[in-house]
Write a new protein. Structure first.
Length: 251
């Protein structure tokens, strides 16, 4: 069911102040699977939010940090203009995990969301934009929320990298891990989602299910179905934690 923008505005945060942002519909639907009941599509300018009874707003924002930021900003703006702003944004989906630290099928909750390739290549190596004197490369979700979410879902905690180009070689995987020793996973949207959330003054969280190892591309080693199942099961455990945090800890 698709609702017009004016009706969507009245319903977009009627049962939840959490917005979950994925890259593609299959990830969005995996999160939706944690919540029973019929779904509604709420059409907004620049974004379509899926709502399920008792669940968060679900947005398939598109692949990559730029599109993720634009679509997330559109959904946040629509809710804010309606006077019912979201209280938390969660970037979610599947991801590559750095072996052996993040095994296939495990959930990762980011305590740092870092843009791994936002900066400049130099003769002395890579420089992030912060070293160049402008911008930021890292967003840090609320520490208490990270602890509670990880405990509820049985997730690992560490840095989740955002990349514009997925890693496909052992050399690049080693280089990323050397620059970011706490990195557990890489994906393509978290930093963009976090930038949009920060612009609206809304806290952010990133939750990823590991579908493949970071390194040489080997489709035979991918476990996308298992990761999507882990995402569904994880959000079944996370939902009450997220809502409780908004209601009691972040007014």
């Amino acid at each position: 069911m698709v609702l017009p923008a004016e009706e969507a505005g009245r319903l977009i945060t009627s049962s939840s102040r959490v917005l979950v942002v994925t890259a593609v519909p299959v990830e969005r639907d995996a999160v939706a699977g944690a919540f029973p009941g019929p779904a509604r599509e709420l059409s907004l300018p620049g974004a379509t939010v899926l709502r399920v009874p008792g669940g968060p707003g679900l947005l398939a924002a598109g692949v990559g940090p730029a599109l993720a930021a634009a679509s997330t900003a559109a959904a946040l703006t629509a809710a804010a203009l309606d006077g019912r702003p979201y209280g938390l944004v969660v970037s979610a989906g599947i991801a590559g995990g750095f072996p052996p630290h993040a095994p296939l099928g495990r959930l990762v909750v980011a305590d740092e969301i870092t843009a791994a390739d936002l900066g400049a290549e130099t003769a002395d190596g890579f420089l992030p934009v912060t070293d160049l004197g402008f911008g930021t490369v890292t967003h840090r979700p609320p520490a208490a929320l990270v602890r509670r979410a990880a405990a509820a879902a049985g997730a690992l905690t560490g840095t989740v990298l955002t990349v514009s180009t997925v890693t496909g070689t052992a050399d690049r995987a080693a280089a990323l891990r050397a620059r970011h020793p706490r990195a557990l996973a890489e994906a393509m949207e978290g930093f963009g989602v976090a930038e949009a959330a920060a612009a609206h003054g809304v806290p952010v969280l990133e939750v990823r299910a590991v579908s493949n190892p970071v390194g040489p591309r080997d489709r035979a080693a991918w476990r996308i179905g298992d990761a999507l199942t882990a995402l569904t099961e994880g959000f079944g455990k996370l939902a009450p934690v997220l809502e409780s945090w908004i209601q009691h800890d972040h007014q």
